[in-house]
Design a protein around this ligand. Structure first.
Ligand code: ATP
Length: 361
């Protein structure tokens, strides 16, 4: 697929501090790409540079094959939706949505058609005469989206657009936005610090940390095969183990943990190629990939521990087990198939499939 947005060696410094530190990324036509990361990692700054509100210190921004680095915001075929809606309070909804079209001197008839269609897309037909103060937060955000899509931009930039909504409405809007994006085929670049939101909505996710992109991938890849400790930890819940590399063979890495126990995990050779035998190495296992048993288990990826606590979280049970080395491991089991507690048993055993242990940097 062709690229709609290309960020080439983008750096943005404020007073010699790099907020964005040499980013390279490509967003394909019609793609929903999310910039995900903790507060202050440079997501908004990246988005503002694409919009043209902020000038890169160095690097180049390409939009649909054209270098737009030196173009002002209104010369770029992009629109932005902000968290705080930014609607004009003194204009009714019709005029709020029509604003950009009027500036571009679109005919009255066409404006009416386009505004009606945009309102229809966000499911707020009949709201033309109302004023922003007469709308709920969710409705205001829908209007902000209608106002942005009415101009049929090549790219829609969304900066935490659902951040001010309550959880239930946010979930509903996530589906609506994703649906809208598919229907319109517009390229979306979405900023959020909410990993669940990113996993639900995106075609691909770029995980950012301290001004850099740590990993770009489809949601499944980001979740199942994180490349770094940061990504493994930031996306969902995980158990990170530190050990020493004993040997490796193809995709298999033999790792010695503190208690001298050797375990196997798997990963691409590229990731462990620069780690030498005898050097520290880390790997992650998702809580739902760990099995538990009171009985002894055959095999190499087995560790012994003691039950610490169990928490019921809706559809799953979360069990905390303290291993012999003293570290705690979290195991998630579906509520319906959770290992029953047998308090007279002294030890529990955790075990996992080799391919569920992922080497991270
Ligand atoms: P959040 O989720 O909190 O919005 P973010 O990932 O969007 O965070 P940015 O707003 O891009 O982060 O900020 C990245 C860094 O750049 C922060 O350390 C911030 O303080 C700094 N920064 C952003 N804008 C400016 C500015 N105009 N002047 C100086 N520093 C800035």
């Amino acid at each position: 697929m062709e690229a709609m947005v290309q960020l080439v060696d983008i750096v943005k410094s404020f007073k010699n501090q790099a907020a964005v530190d040499n980013i390279n990324a490509e967003v394909k036509k019609g793609e929903f790409l999310t910039l995900l990361g903790p507060s202050g990692c440079g997501k908004t700054t990246t988005l503002r540079m694409i919009a043209g509100f902020e000038e890169p210190t160095s690097g180049k921004i390409m939009l649909d094959g054209t270098d737009v680095s030196n173009k002002s915001p209104y010369e770029r075929d992009v629109n932005t939706v902000f968290q705080n809606y930014a609607l004009f309070p003194h204009m009714n909804i019709f005029n709020n949505i029509a604003f950009g079209l009027k500036i571009r001197k679109v005919s009255k008839k066409e404006i009416k058609e386009k505004v009606t269609r945009a309102l229809n897309l966000v499911q707020l037909e009949g709201f033309e005469e109302r004023f922003p103060s007469q709308l709920s937060g969710g409705q205001k955000q829908r209007i902000a989206i209608a106002r942005a899509i009415v101009n049929s931009p090549k790219v829609l930039l969304l900066d935490e657009p659902l951040g001010a909504l309550d959880l239930k409405l946010r979930k509903q809007m996530q589906f609506e936005l994703k649906h809208l994006q598919r229907k319109l085929g517009i390229t979306f670049i979405y900023v959020t610090h909410d990993q669940e939101e990113a996993l639900t909505m995106s075609d691909r996710i770029a995980v950012m940390n301290k001004g850099k992109i740590e990993q770009v991938g489809v949601p499944d890849e980001i979740y199942e095969r994180p490349k770094t400790k940061f990504v493994a930890d930031f996306i969902g819940e995980t158990n990170i183990f530190e050990g020493v590399l004993k040997s490796r063979e193809g995709q298999k890495a033999e790792i010695e943990l503190k208690g001298k126990k050797v375990v196997n995990v798997v990963d691409d050779e590229e990731k462990i190629s620069d780690i030498k035998i005898g050097e520290p190495i880390a790997f992650a296992i998702r809580p739902e990939r760990i099995n538990v048993s009171y009985e002894e288990v055959d095999g190499i990826n087995v560790l012994k521990g003691k039950f610490k606590e169990r928490i019921f979280v809706g559809s799953i049970n979360k069990t905390v087990i303290t291993l012999e080395s003293g570290r705690e491991v979290i195991v998630n089991e579906p509520a319906a198939s959770t290992l029953p507690l047998e308090m007279d048993k002294e030890y529990m055993h955790i075990y996992w499939q080799m391919q569920d242990g992922v080497v991270i940097k």
